[in-house]
Design a protein around this ligand. Structure first.
Ligand code: 4NP
Length: 160
């Protein structure tokens, strides 16, 4: 079985592409590229087709993490059938993703959750949006820590 992971934020240029790139890097380091696929998407359409934000690119460059070929796209209803893990960077993203659900959809809490649920000890509900406050360093810290927890969770789920 293969796990498909989708990170979702608002613009798909700052937080979720950072999480996509960091998580893919960790998956590659763990030698699990055949078992775990990674993507990201946004709930807003302003940046469709754009590469990650300069601040996200800079911090990924600093850590030697590739973001090659990544382009913003919108989250769609089809993503519920394509991804077993849909990880929303904040509560507002989660609310907007839930709006895509249809009556007949059954989505488990293990499929759709917020990124900070991975880091309960932090006492922080949302990954703050660096598009507005410019704090890409803090976001990277949270993203790196949360992605490591997520990788362990998926390894356990897939019995790897
Ligand atoms: P992101 O940040 O959701 O982390 O990609 C944002 C990017 C763009 C905008 C808002 C948030 N925007 O309003 O264009």
């Amino acid at each position: 079985m293969k796990a498909h992971v989708l990170f979702v934020c608002l613009g798909n240029i700052c937080r979720s592409p950072m999480a996509e790139a960091v998580f893919r890097h960790l998956v590659k380091e763990a030698g699990l590229e055949q078992q775990i696929a990674v993507d990201s998407a946004g709930t807003g359409d302003w940046h469709i087709g754009h590469p990650p934000h300069e601040g996200t690119r800079r911090i990924l460059d600093e850590h030697g993490i590739s973001y090659e070929g990544m382009k913003a796209r919108l989250v769609t209803h089809d993503d519920f059938s394509g991804f077993e893990y849909i990880v929303c960077m904040d509560g507002s993203n989660l609310k907007n993703v839930r709006k895509l659900l249809k009556k007949e959809d059954h989505v488990a809490s293990s499929q759709l959750f917020t990124f900070m649920e991975l880091l309960p000890g932090r006492g922080v509900a949302d990954v703050p949006d660096p598009y507005f406050d410019g704090n890409f360093t803090y976001v990277y810290e949270l993203v790196d820590e949360g992605c490591r927890v997520l990788l362990e969770r998926i390894k356990k789920d897939l019995q790897l």
